[in-house]
Design a protein around this ligand. Sequence first.
Ligand code: SF4
Length: 433
Amino acid sequence: MMGIKDKQGALFSYNINLEERVREDNPLRVISRQGDFNWVRDEVVGLYGCNGNESVDPVVIIKLLILLFWDNIKSERELMRIVPERLDYLWFLGYGLDEQTPNHSVLSKARKRWGKELFEHFFVRTVWKCVKLGLVDGRKIHLDSSLIDADAARASMITTSKEVVAALRKAYEVEESKFEMEEERRRVIPMHRRNFSKTDPDATLVARDPRSAYATAKPRYKSHRAVDDRCGVITAVQTTPGHIRDGFCLPEMVKQHQDNSGALTETVIGDQHYGTRENFIHLQSLGIATHMKPLRSKGMAEKHEVFHVSEFIYNAQSDTFRCPGGKNLSRRGYNKNEQGWYYRADTRDCAGCPLRTQCTKTAPPTHTRLIVRPDGHEALLKGWAQACGEEARQDRRTLPLAAMAFINLRKLPDVITNQDDLTPLRPAGKASG
Ligand code: SF4
């Protein structure tokens, strides 16, 4: 049976008035003043029976979860140890000084009872409230990610051959298939790595800095997020195993942002991890401005210090590239690995070219320069041009701040003007991805 928490009269039995003890500018006061959490009861009431023991009030559960993440407390056990010591926590939860606070297990039980879908609904509802309050604009988003340590020791990792890891994962998947697991999650579970954690098989061994020593690697997950530019509200989230590249999640994050905020994205900002060729082409095909830093892999041009591909000018009419030496490179064939057409200069042109040593390092007699024109080349050029503009550079400079994804709570009272505006729970119409 669902319980409902009353404020305790015992709050005042020691002449200690928590209302007075909690300082005026405590952020929990602002949250408490602006946030009405009673709606949680309506959302979960169907998940509780009518008889039996009274549960902990769902409003208390949701407030405990807020405290867990607000103060970045390392575990639910730790939180429940801290709660009786913190006057502001007790005040926020509505507990008295001598009142028994709930056991840590109530949080895991509630999570299990409420389920993932309901939490996702809470998230969408919160984003939509921010939209209604004008805290989310929806047109410009920043993408970022961070690694999260898994609850598994480094010692739980087995390092073995790819074949053994694949077999272990298969066995694990058989067990997992007894639970419902959505396709999206299956897709990102690593299948061909050499490491496998016995206690948390979804986590993967990664270091925070890929250039650092292997010894610093730990089993980790990665939290991906889209942050709205206006006030830094997180509008889309995805959690994957730690090794999943940031750029891989971009299409899903943009789609989720549009669905959750009900607004069409106009600009995407990100660091070079998002600036892959596929992402530039994908966003350009949707008409979204690409303000990500282009990913600069150490390609042949940089490695051998020869002319960069951008120094070869493409002519759409003749379907040729003009090289810095003024010669034409014509289309020769399709390269499946590079996913594009390759163009080559005539051997005779290159043989007598004074710029040859700056253009190609291949030995005679095949010393001609080869250029690959990837599929979606026009969109890529347009995307790169946007990414190199001053506006994009300016946007990227604000990325670290936006990635912190916070709302300045002290500004909230100025922003929130009408509580009645909070009624709708979901966007009226979803934007197409
Ligand atoms: S080496 Fe060949 S491709 Fe390079 S600049 Fe000279 S003519 Fe052009």
